[in-house]
Design a binder for this molecule. Structure first.
Ligand SMILES: Nc1nc2c(c(CN[C@H]3C=C[C@H](O)[C@@H]3O)cn2[C@@H]2O[C@H](COP(=O)(O)O)[C@@H](O)[C@H]2O)c(=O)[nH]1
Length: 306
């Protein structure tokens, strides 16, 4: 994901509100010298898995909807995963391409067993329709065909997903530059890799090319670890749970600096300890730390991208 790395590095170099603290970064790397915490994929036991193409369909639908849970304080990612898993166990054709194109808001709520409107519900429904439509038009209705056409390359998969499905085109304009973050497209590749344990639909020869997934949890963890430093205005806005507009300098910096910081962490681990780690592995560790810390204050942006 050269464009994600390069454009995030550009943001980090030109940043006004978020900085990467190199001593904070070194300290974290120091603590990881001995052993790098290994987090198992689906350590929560929430995902659907049958080792076949239906799992790929499940993961694609999951990542099409994998964004912005925070406006409902009781809703989180686990509800989405468990709800979709349950739906598929009850009805194996629930995510067939023709069915995906027909869901309504209330039906999606029912599927997830959620008693009220979902955050950005209209967008979630629109994105489900988009996934169903394009899968049917170009991939025989099957996300597994999409993955098969990538020749075991995660980079190709991200490129194909973003080319075919506009909802996955997670990018921003920042100080006159286009910045690519591609959180949900990259996490789809990582989810396949994790779920299938690097085999079959999860075999990618270039998994090391994927960056971390710039969501709202990992930046907050990096800040708590002393890796990211915020300007006082930004720190106050996050503390006060004020909304940070999508596409604002602050929002792009929070996300891009997180990507850059994890890349630096990976570089340092290699230079200092000769340890080769993947950004995906660092991401999963940081994310799991974040979701286990309920008091974590994260930034609030209404977005379909993360
Ligand atoms: N960076 C990063 N962000 C991730 C994930 C995952 C889940 N990954 C699966 C893969 C293996 C594991 O076993 C997980 O099951 C979700 N998120 C994001 O976090 C947010 C969840 O917010 P809340 O629910 O409100 O706390 C939301 O933006 C969501 O998109 C990840 O791995 N990395």
């Amino acid at each position: 994901m050269e464009e994600v790395r390069e454009t995030s590095a550009w943001v980090a170099r030109n940043s006004s509100h978020v900085t990467i603290d190199s001593s904070g970064l070194e300290k974290v790397v120091e603590t990881m010298k001995e052993s790098i915490p290994k987090v198992e994929w689906d350590y929560e036991g929430i995902h659907y898995f049958d080792n076949g193409p239906l799992t790929v369909q499940y993961l694609f639908v999951l990542d099409a909807l994998n964004f912005c849970f925070w406006p409902d304080k009781d809703l989180n990612y686990d509800h989405l995963a468990k709800g979709l898993k349950e739906a598929l166990l009850n009805d194996h054709s629930a995510f067939d391409a023709d069915r995906l194109q027909k869901y309504t808001g209330p039906q999606l709520r029912e599927l997830l067993k959620w008693p009220r409107s979902l955050p950005l519900e209209e967008e979630r429904v629109r994105l489900l329709h988009e996934v169903g439509f394009e899968l049917e038009r170009s991939f025989e209705g099957k996300a597994s065909k999409l993955v098969e056409s990538c020749g075991k390359s995660a980079v190709k998969l991200v490129a194909l997903v973003t080319r075919h499905f506009p909802g996955f085109r997670d990018h921003s304009m920042y100080k006159g530059h286009q910045v690519f973050l591609y959180k949900r497209a990259q996490i789809f590749a990582a989810d396949l890799w994790g779920a299938f344990n690097g085999q079959g639909y999860g075999e990618f020869n270039d998994i090391g090319s994927i960056t971390m997934f710039a969501d709202y949890i990992v930046p907050a963890v990096l800040q708590q670890l002393g890796v990211l430093k915020y300007s006082s205005t930004l720190a106050n806005a996050i503390q006060a749970s004020s909304e940070i507009g999508a596409g604002t300098e602050e929002e792009v910096e929070l996300r891009a600096c997180s990507i850059f910081a994890v890349e630096k962490m990976r570089e340092l681990l290699s230079i200092k300890c000769g340890k080769q780690v993947l950004s995906v592995e660092l991401d999963l560790w940081l994310w799991s730390v974040g979701v286990q810390c309920p008091s974590l204050q994260h930034h609030r942006t209404l977005s379909i991208y993360y």
